[in-house]
Write a protein that binds this ligand. Structure first.
Ligand code: ATP
Length: 225
């Protein structure tokens, strides 16, 4: 059986004039279906690069990135776009990028149209799962930061992705809301059988990870919660 997501010996470097940075330095990571992994590290340590590589947005210099058993590194742009549409959901920092004119329900329906499939659950069911059924007709302007994040999570789960990539989900939230949102992310990964990877600065939310890794200067190592 293949793993839902696997990075093997992945390296990517950037040059900027005289300086040369290994944003990812021989990174290995395996995430199983239904597992929620947290990656913590300081600014500039390579966390966003890790998500970009795992999410078929950036091709590494070397190594393998296997999504549902397929190495995506050799693929071209249109095939990578297909991998993103079919297999990967993204949750962003504050879900501030939700179109302001659309209700919560319409946000989910739009995402479904964009990827061209619905998946197991209707938009109403997805909103129910993230505790937002009662706010389905509300637009982002009348939702709190935590509620917007819940809509962002439901939107990322449209179409049954195998991998959920989460970038600093608590950046715009207070402490209590941060705990709720990360607990919800972990629960949805377990319930939807999705391989989740969350990158964060926030040490307080690491307890929700089934596994925790630390990123320092492009190197990923297992860590205690
Ligand atoms: N496109 C790029 N061109 C040049 N350097 C880059 C590029 N992307 C990332 N880097 C460099 O690679 C390193 C890792 O960056 P990355 O954004 O992955 O870190 P991060 O841990 O996500 O940081 P933050 O928490 O501040 O978002 C940094 O030194 C950054 O300056």
């Amino acid at each position: 059986m293949s793993h839902a997501l696997e990075l093997k010996d992945v390296t990517i470097s950037y040059s900027d004039g005289d300086s040369h940075v290994k944003a990812l330095n021989s990174v290995d990571l395996t995430v199983e279906a239904g597992e929620f992994v947290a990656v913590v590290g300081p600014s500039g340590s390579g966390k966003s690069t890790l998500l970009a590589v795992a999410g078929a947005l950036t091709t590494p210099d070397s190594g393998q990135v296997l999504v549902a058993g397929e190495d995506i590194v050799p693929l071209g742009d249109s095939e990578l776009a297909q991998i993103r549409r079919n297999h990967i959901g993204f949750v962003f920092q504050s879900s501030g990028n939700l179109p302001s004119a659309l209700t919560a329900e319409e946000q989910i329906e739009l995402a479904s149209k964009v990827i061209g499939k619905t998946g197991r659950y209707s938009s109403a069911e997805l909103l129910e799962k993230v505790g937002m059924a009662h706010r389905a007709k509300h637009r982002p302007g009348s939702l709190s930061g935590g509620e917007r994040q819940r809509v962002g999570i439901a939107r990322a789960l449209v179409g049954d992705p195998q991998v959920l990539l989460v970038d600093e989900p608590t950046a715009a939230l207070d402490r209590a809301r941060s705990q709720e949102i990360v607990a919800l992310l972990a629960k949805e990964c377990h319930d939807f059988n999705v391989a989740g990877v969350m990158v964060t600065h926030d040490y307080d939310v690491l307890g929700h990870g089934d596994k925790v890794y630390e990123m320092v200067d492009g190197r990923l190592t297992p860590s205690a919660k």
